[in-house]
Design a protein around this ligand. Structure first.
Ligand code: FAD
Ligand code: NAP
Length: 866
């Protein structure tokens, strides 16, 4: 028998017996594998076992926050309220444990302290606080995202002589505050739920608030008839809809921006959301509450006005109004009478931003004031100070993976996971709702089920495949971490000092912990990993090791969403149309696109082309006092489509960001006017504008060219001609995803020629309309083929990772550099040919456009007014 085939005591060790641990045990038992769960508490329930503070209840409606895997439960258990209390939820979990006889596989009051991967046996050795070691093949941390309390990082903690309570470790016996002076530290969800009830008992209640939270009323009571009717109509369909919703609760998806409706409509929607009494309603009222600061502020101000209208004392009301972070970027709270509690005479708020805690003392709490200190004396202090969320419970166990590496060391700069379920170097270790999965941003009961199912299906797959070990690859994991961060960067979440960011625990790395892509998208991705043969995993067994390396999502999140949307529309490909049809189609699409930013002035006119023809132009002038440098811009469209106004949003954006006048000039199009009409017109336009700089409000000698795609091709050609044909002097060239060559054999064509909007077929269609094959070698068509690129002005070239034109753009950048030209090249990660110009539609292109504008500024030595 070799080491690997040595039998473990259990196939699976589960840590934790909360919502996750219970379902895991059930699934594993059904699969016929041996499993044991270790739980440090003395009963099941997890969160609902530990958090027994007054007022504790769920903030996702119980009809949603409940198991869907046992459909009999829907008949056997009826929730008494929309938001069940902690005792009711605990009873429910106990009922499930009894019904499925789960307790017999749980070792209560047993803490897992350590876990060591044995490479020789391919087994985990799990050490518990009773001194025992248990071996298993698979080790599942179902230890909870909010199960380890954060240290009370306050001076003098431990010195108080009175009663001390922690919301997350509340005593099992009833606590009565009647007749007592009570202090509560913290104003998160736990405090907001407990404060009204503590106030109803205590003689005096003092609340110490460091950061106010947004809270909306729960309007708790019986399940609303409309909600009950909807779920009872077809429970299975309702649950399925939840699985494919973004938060794990079926909801209508908002399509409008908060900024595109009237104030009246906005307020009406917010009021409706407020009355709905769910944490998702306000954030889902418009499609940009979590991505656009101005949109968010309209919702935030709505809540602040509600607070002002409820709380009588204006100073207290203002102190309760959150103003330092966007709404929803800290977990929204759901309350029952929280703000009104501050109208009671025996309740007072201490604003720790004004008067920070100096120390906890034997008698109470001292805070710093302008003239020294004020002492508050208490009989009891309640710490509602939160958790070391998402990673705390995982890294508090000494987990040693391959080569003796500790998980907590590997995660010293923040968690590294693949899909939030596994981590490189820790084979066969699974995490339920781990960091970089939707977890705490969703209905967790549902996210837990999805993870448990995925983990169990994976174990089953390995068993049937005769494999014993699974581990993500470094490439897959790095890709997932990057993708998770990319999503976060599209949102306002990084702006808050929240526990989502690890910011509540001193010294914890500041990274976005949950995955922000939504439950539906995440589920689809997990499914795709499996469908693609466990992409991103190394799997091994007695017969050897198989590595299926790769990154599951490489596109920028918003670009991927846009492509999916386009695919759903199933539009006909442009290359199946005539040029006239394609132009009409492209104009119709452009009419649907968001507008660019306001500029100081927009002016339309004409100027002479190369052949006595008129060329339309549109000029964009910055709001700042001129004169300004001039950038002559050529639109994209494969020499066939587009006009002076078709890249309006991009031109506005460049104008605002660069402080230059942008003159977007049209040129004759193919097939009516084939090569070289377009570059001839481009060159004529540049010469004409150079001769009329004053008329355009420009600065003499400060003239650059820019363009996108075929327009960038024209810009590059014009720059070469200006060098060769006696001017004008061009200060710089900004080429966004340029066509520089007629060669279709570069790898970017093979890799990206299909599926990323600009296809090989469409490029073929463009070239065929534009130029005879014999002409395509001409540097005026393929500027990369110029005899020399020496002496050209500085260039900024942007290429996109998933663009067929990527490699020719990069070849041009390299050739310019070889010729001694000052070149700045940015390969935009995860972008496609059409995504960077999508101003106000795709957020991920913002930084690229920022760099483009920087380059424009850099072209003009005298500087551009900032
Ligand atoms: P937990 O319930 O946290 O269970 C983990 C268990 O693992 C614990 O019992 C713990 O004792 C045990 N454990 C941890 N480490 C070890 C170890 N080393 N050895 C042995 N045992 C260990 N989510 C929602 O979606 N909706 C809500 O309404 C909601 N309300 C919440 C209210 C409160 C007060 C809190 C704190 C959280 C709330 N959550 C809510 C999040 C909640 O944590 C999850 O919904 C869910 O209960 C988590 O279940 P779990 O089994 O993954 O983890
Ligand atoms: P929390 O949201 O992290 O709130 C902790 C509070 O304590 C914050 O107001 C924090 O202020 C304050 N605090 C922490 N350290 C402090 C210090 N040293 N001095 C002064 N104040 C300090 O924790 P929570 O209320 O326990 O909630 C955690 C999460 O659990 C929630 O977000 C939610 O997901 C879940 N939960 C849900 C419900 C529910 O309604 N179902 C109820 C409870 C909890 P700062 O903000 O300034 O750090």
């Amino acid at each position: 028998m070799n080491e690997q085939s040595r039998s473990p005591e259990f196939d699976v060790v589960v840590v934790g017996a909360g919502v996750a641990g219970l379902y895991l045990l059930h699934r594993l038992r059904e699969m016929g594998v041996t499993a044991v769960a270790f739980e440090s508490g003395d009963d099941v329930g997890g969160t609902w076992y530990w958090n027994r503070y007054p007022g504790a209840r769920c903030d996702v409606q119980s009809i949603d926050y409940s198991y869907s895997w046992d459909t009999e439960l829907d008949e056997q258990w009826e929730w008494s309220e929309r938001y069940a209390t902690q005792p009711e939820i605990l009873r429910y979990l106990g009922f499930v444990a009894d019904k499925h006889d789960l307790r017999r596989d749980i070792r209560f009051s047993t803490r897992v302290d350590g876990a060591v991967w044995n490479d020789a046996t391919s087994l985990w050795e799990i050490a518990t606080d009773d001194g025992a070691t248990t071996t298993c093949r698979y080790y599942v941390m179902a230890t909870g995202c909010l199960s380890v309390m954060k240290d009370a990082d306050i001076a003098g903690v431990g010195t108080f002589d009175g009663e001390v309570y922690y919301t997350g470790r509340w005593p099992h016996e009833e606590v009565d505050f009647t007749g007592k002076r009570v202090g509560v530290i913290g104003t998160g969800s736990s405090a907001i739920q407990s404060i009204p009830i503590i106030a109803s008992q205590a003689d005096e209640l003092t609340i110490f608030q460091r950061t106010p939270n947004f809270s909306i009323p729960a309007y708790n009571g019986p399940v609303r008839p409309a909600d009950a009717a909807r779920i009872n109509a077809d429970r299975a369909a309702y649950r399925e809809e939840a699985r494919w919703s973004s938060s794990g609760v079926p909801r209508e998806v908002a399509e409008l921006s908060a900024l595109e409706v009237t104030e009246e409509v906005r307020q009406e929607r917010y009021e409706r959301a407020w009355q709905e009494g769910t944490i998702f309603s306000l954030m889902g009222a418009f499609n940009d509450i979590l991505t656009n600061a101005d949109a968010n502020d309209t919702a935030a101000e709505f809540v602040r006005n509600k607070i002002r209208s409820i709380v009588d004392d204006p100073v207290t009301a203002e102190a309760l109004c959150p103003k330092t972070y966007p709404l929803g970027t800290k977990r929204l709270c759901l309350d029952s009478g929280y703000y009104a509690t501050f109208n009671q005479p025996h309740v007072r708020l201490v604003d720790l931003r004004e008067n920070p805690i100096q120390s906890i003392t034997g008698a109470g709490i001292d805070v710093v004031t302008a003239d020294g200190a004020t002492s508050y004396e208490f009989d009891a202090i309640v710490f509602a100070t939160g958790f070391d969320a998402m990673t705390g419970a995982i890294v508090s166990v000494d987990i040693t993976g391959r080569d003796g590496v500790q998980l907590r060391d590997r995660w010293a700069d923040g968690p590294h996971t693949y899909l939030g379920v596994m981590s490189v170097g820790f084979p066969n270790l699974f995490m339920v709702t781990g960091p970089q999965s939707p977890s705490v941003l969703s209905n967790m009961a549902l996210s837990i089920e999805q993870h448990v199912d995925w983990i169990c299906d994976t174990i089953e797959h390995l068993r049937t495949d005769g494999k014993a070990v699974i581990e993500p690859t470094p490439v897959a994991e790095a890709g997932w971490v990057r993708h998770s961060n990319d999503f976060a960067d599209l949102t306002l979440f990084p702006q808050a000092n929240s526990w989502y960011m690890g910011a509540n625990v001193p010294g914890k790395p500041r990274v976005v912990l949950p995955y922000l892509g939504g439950v539906d998208r995440y589920r689809k991705t997990c499914d795709q990993v499996v469908e693609r043969g466990y992409l991103g995993f190394e799997v091994s067994g007695e017969e050897g090791t198989e590595v299926n390396d790769g990154v599951i999502i490489q596109l920028q999140p918003d670009v991927g969403i846009m492509i999916e949307f386009m695919e759903e529309l199933a539009l006909p490909p442009m290359d199946s149309m005539s040029p006239v049809e394609a132009r009409a189609f492209s104009e119709a699409m452009a009419a649907e696109s968001p507008a660019g930013p306001d500029v100081g002035q927009v002016l339309d006119g004409t100027l002479p082309g190369a052949d006595g023809n008129d060329l339309d132009f549109r000029l964009y002038r910055p709001a700042e006092q001129g004169p300004h440098p001039i950038v002559i811009y050529f639109h994209g469209g494969g020499w066939v489509i587009g006009n002076a106004t078709s890249d309006d949003a991009l031109c506005r954006d460049l104008c605002v960001r660069s402080g230059a006048v942008i003159v977007s000039v049209d040129y004759r199009h193919a097939p009516e006017a084939r090569f070289p009409a377009a570059p001839d017109d481009g060159f004529a336009a540049v010469r004409w504008i150079a001769d009329h700089v004053d008329d355009f409000g420009g600065v003499p000698g400060q003239l650059a060219v820019a363009g996108w795609s075929a327009g960038a091709n024209i810009a590059a050609v014009v720059t070469q001609r200006a060098r060769d044909e006696g001017g004008p002097e061009i200060s710089g060239q900004l080429l966004l995803t340029p066509v520089t060559d007629c060669d279709f054999t570069r790898p970017s064509y093979t890799e990206n020629g299909d599926g990323y909007i600009l296809t090989t077929a469409l490029m073929t269609w463009f070239w065929d309309h534009y130029a005879d094959v014999a002409d395509r070698d001409d540097p005026r068509a393929s500027p990369l083929r110029a005899e020399s690129l020496a002496g050209l002005p500085p260039a900024m070239i942007v290429t996109c990772e998933f663009d067929p034109l990527r490699d020719e753009g990069e070849a041009y950048a390299a050739a310019l550099a070889d010729a001694g030209v000052d070149v700045r090249h940015r390969r935009a990660r995860g972008q496609i040919h059409t995504s960077v110009p999508a101003v106000n539609a795709l957020l991920s292109g913002v930084s690229v456009r920022g760099e483009m504008a920087d380059a424009l500024r850099g072209f003009f030595p005298a500087g551009v007014p900032a």
